[in-house]
Design a binder for this molecule. Sequence first.
Ligand code: DAH
Length: 352
Amino acid sequence: MAGFLDEIEPLKQTALAELKAAPDIAALEQTKGAWIGPNGRFTALMKQLGTLSKEEKPAAGKLINAAKVELEAALAEHRSELELAAALPKHPTDFTLPGRRRTLGKLHPLTQVTEDIVRAFRKIGFAVADGPEIEDEYHCFDALNTPADHPARDSQDTFYIATKVENVFPSPGGEGRGEGGRSSLLRTHTSSVQIRVMKSQPPPVRIIVPGRVYRRDNADATHNPTFHQIEGLYVDKNVTVGDLKGTVEFVFRELMGSDVKIRFRPHYFSYTEPSYEIDFTNALVKKMGKDWLEIAGCGMVHPQVFETVGYDPAVWTGWAFGFGIERIAMLRYGINDIRLFYENDVRFLKQF
Ligand code: DAH
């Protein structure tokens, strides 16, 4: 008996030392098996209890059980230590090192200017409308009172697409003249969306349409085959040129500062009567050595356009305008070459 009891303590010590020395979870599991698994040395010791006499058994059993509880506690403790160690980074963080800078992306300058323009119009109750860049001749020209033989078609030459492209923005009741496009093209202006919006809803209308447009132009410092416009359309009863001028002035002051001045010059567009070009000036324009800068076309919606979309021209009046976004961005940021907007050069884009 004495020999048996004497064996327990040193065995326990060895087991504890081995458990604590296990370098990882796998080694720990293996050590556990070797000691208290079904074929472990401690388990074998417990099995020997049966060979002891009645008097010896209780004391020996108590001692073995106590040792086993101790081993299991040591096992659990070392396991959580190992698990924690495994979860920690291999190399400790050096908090004295300088931080790593994340480079944040930015909105393109044209997007920023567009958003500012939209924000200004929203303040006075305009909603944003959208339309397709692949248009048909009907919405781009015919419905805007610009028939096939009209000279304005030459000044807005564009890219024609030979096959008929499915009309993804169908406007109700538009099955008439050329609707759906005998010829598809890349839209030359956002004015086509005027037609789509008026055909899809009754008056009054108060919308702006920011979007990309296309012309068959050679790229130079002030031209690019694709650029951006914002169209505006306001239809209601008793709308006047004064409303138009006041609106344009408000938006440009929001955008470019309170020193902005606006001037209307008579012009011709087939979908407005009367028509004007809008000139603009402020300190920036003066700094460029100019008195005025032309920024937009506009006018009172032509009665023929109202007829075409099914609005009664005896009841409804309205104005429309379209201006180029690049022009405004170039002026605002002092950019002298339009092509910079499209080159995706981060050295340029980072500056805005
Ligand atoms: N669509 C014209 C252009 O691209 C601009 C324009 C002029 C739009 C008069 C209008 C307008 O809505 O009424 O040059």
